[in-house]
Write a protein that binds this ligand. Structure first.
Ligand SMILES: [Zn+2]
Length: 113
């Protein structure tokens, strides 16, 4: 992402921890273990996540800012950290089905609507 002379980019990071497991309900325990390895354990396992959000735009003449970083912190907290932190993503966030049951967490992640 490159900025033009009249734009500024602000970046804010947030961290959270969450658990999940990789299983397909139509498979037996042995088949899930064969396909997903120890990640198929229905008790789950945890990961630590870090999200980085960039906002780019023109500096507002009234505020001298692109966006108030305090507002961005609140959005990240409400939209990402609170819904996912210290949760079992498979059971509590994605209705019992991991969004990508064939793989461990991806670098590019999209929150479901
Ligand atoms: Zn995992």
């Amino acid at each position: 992402m490159s900025a033009t002379p009249n734009t500024v980019t602000v970046i804010r990071k947030a961290k959270f921890s969450a658990a999940h497991f990789l299983r397909l309900p139509e498979l037996s325990d042995a088949e899930n273990l064969q396909r997903f390895g120890p990640s198929s354990n229905p008790l789950g396992h945890g990961h630590n996540y870090e999200i980085e959000v960039s906002v780019q735009g023109p500096v507002q003449a009234e505020t001298g800012m692109v966006m108030n970083l305090k507002d961005l912190k609140i959005i990240l907290q409400e939209e990402v950290v609170e819904p996912l932190d210290i949760k079992n993503q498979t059971r509590e966030c994605f209705s019992g089905q991991d969004p990508a049951p064939s793989a461990e967490p991806k670098n590019d992640w999209e929150r479901p609507a």
